[in-house]
Design a binder for this molecule. Structure first.
Ligand SMILES: NC(=O)c1ccc[n+]([C@@H]2O[C@H](COP(=O)([O-])OP(=O)(O)OC[C@H]3O[C@@H](n4cnc5c(N)ncnc54)[C@H](OP(=O)(O)O)[C@@H]3O)[C@@H](O)[C@H]2O)c1
Length: 251
């Protein structure tokens, strides 16, 4: 039998219908949690929900819209009553050279990755008891530079900074907050960057050449770190940034 670190717990994962968020949601469910997910795409939400057990909760919500976050949190409150593990994961990555970006390109990434993450935490907090934990999905890019990604990397640096201050603010309430910084992880995000397929392919090769472990990570590689940081095994880990990047940003 697998370990059951989340038996009797409630986990809420934004962007739990794809990639890293889906792997984390499935990990939480496998270890006994009742899992709630939020995302925009109805079809993948439905598929994800079906993989998360009979009592899973799935809410269609766009985290860039505060009314949608309110609705998602209200649903979790109604169905599950509280949140023990919050994985703030929903995010978009659009890459372009500075000359090719515009206001919508900039705003879309900041409203999703920063505003969405911030208000997800604000609105989830009333459901989070002492002993609960938050993990924020930033990126190894917060410690690096990468061409064509300056707006995306800025959103991730912003959320990482926000996380450190929030960790200070939440400590007296007994709520832990940590960050995962994934390196290149094989998920649908690369196909959604808005770059031509050949450019994405070339970029992936260039990124791979910087990874000491010489492979892309899997969503499960990150999910395992998220589950650890969310569990009581990490009871004294607070305000940490854990790289899950094959050594890319630290070596
Ligand atoms: N893959 C990597 O190499 C990598 C590296 C570092 C960090 N990350 C971070 O990991 C997180 C997850 O990305 P992923 O790689 O798993 O990519 P993904 O498969 O594209 O997943 C992104 C998830 O975020 C959700 N999402 C995006 N915008 C949203 C919005 N406005 N409202 C609600 N949900 C929204 C998506 O839901 P819909 O499909 O329904 O829109 C999807 O579930 C992101 O924050 C990303 O920046 C990824």
């Amino acid at each position: 039998m697998s370990t059951q670190r989340f038996q009797g717990k409630i986990a809420f994962v934004t962007g739990g219908n794809s990639g890293i968020g889906l792997a984390a949601a499935q990990g939480f469910a496998k270890e006994g949690a009742r899992v709630a997910i939020a995302g925009r795409d109805l079809e993948t939400l439905k598929q994800a929900k079906a993989s998360l057990g009979a009592n899973a909760i799935a809410v269609q919500a766009d985290v860039s819209k505060l009314a949608d976050i309110d609705r998602a949190i209200a649903q979790v409150k109604k169905d599950a009553g509280r949140i023990d593990a919050l994985f703030v994961n929903a995010g978009v990555a659009h890459f372009a050279p500075i000359e090719a970006s515009d206001e919508a390109f900039f705003d879309n990434q900041f409203t999703t990755n920063v505003k969405g993450a911030y208000f997800t935490i604000q609105k989830a907090l009333p459901l989070m008891p002492k002993g609960s934990a938050i993990v924020i999905n930033a990126s190894s890019v917060v410690n690096m530079g990468m061409p064509n990604s300056s707006v995306y990397t800025a959103t991730k640096a912003a959320i990482a900074s926000l996380a450190r201050s929030l960790a200070q603010e939440l400590a007296p309430r007994g709520i832990r907050l940590n960050i995962v910084n994934p390196g290149p992880i094989e998920t649908p995000i690369f196909g959604r960057m808005g770059l031509p397929a050949e450019t994405t392919q070339a970029m992936a090769g260039q990124i791979l050449s910087q990874v000491p472990l010489q492979r892309f990570g899997s969503p499960e590689d990150v999910a395992r770190a998220v589950l650890f940081l969310s569990s009581d095994e990490a009871a004294y880990i607070h305000g940490a940034s854990l790289g899950v990047d094959g050594g890319m940003s630290s070596l």
